[in-house]
Design a protein around this ligand. Structure first.
Ligand code: ZN
Length: 159
């Protein structure tokens, strides 16, 4: 495993559409392992492949609910309710802002064995799924911030 360089806001790769993954390969398995390591090193709760410079539809998520989620080619099936709260991003280090997202989401994706599954999440998990899916379509949370970005507290989660 190895740490990968996290691309920062302003890098054009973060505004590009990612391609679906067609098959699992040793290289992609290694990428997924590296993404987890890079996310944990940055104290993040999620990371998307374009954040490490790879334009593929892969995200990893760990919101400390005891699971390590790998979402390949994720597709949001349902969104309901609403939550408004602080959000940050490993590609926008040191800053956070208030973003309103769905309170509950249901997503369909492939896991690291390319097996389809559905995942439902609320609160932070829902926020994280939506944030990571945005990355796969070239969008950053800064586009959705209500009011001003501000300096993040030490304890805030970044994704
Ligand atoms: Zn992010």
């Amino acid at each position: 495993m190895a740490l990968r360089e996290i691309r920062k806001q302003g890098d054009p790769i973060l505004n590009k559409e990612c391609k679906p993954v067609k098959e699992m390969t040793p290289r992609i398995r290694e990428l997924i392992e590296d993404m987890f390591e890079t996310m944990y090193e940055g104290n993040g709760c999620g990371l998307a492949a374009p954040q490490v410079g790879i334009l593929k539809q892969i995200t990893v998520i760990d919101v400390e609910d005891g699971n390590q989620y790998v979402l390949i080619n994720p597709e949001i099936l349902e969104e309901s309710g609403s939550q408004t709260g602080e959000e940050g991003c490993l590609s926008v280090p040191g800053y956070s802002g208030v973003v309103t997202r769905a309170q509950h989401v249901k997503v369909r994706a492939l896991d690291e064995n390319m097996e389809p599954f559905e995942l439902e999440g609320e609160d932070l998990l829902a926020r994280c799924i939506l944030h990571e899916c945005d990355h796969l379509h070239g969008h950053l949370f800064t586009e959705k911030v209500e009011g001003e970005l501000h300096t993040a507290g030490e304890e805030e989660e970044e994704a």
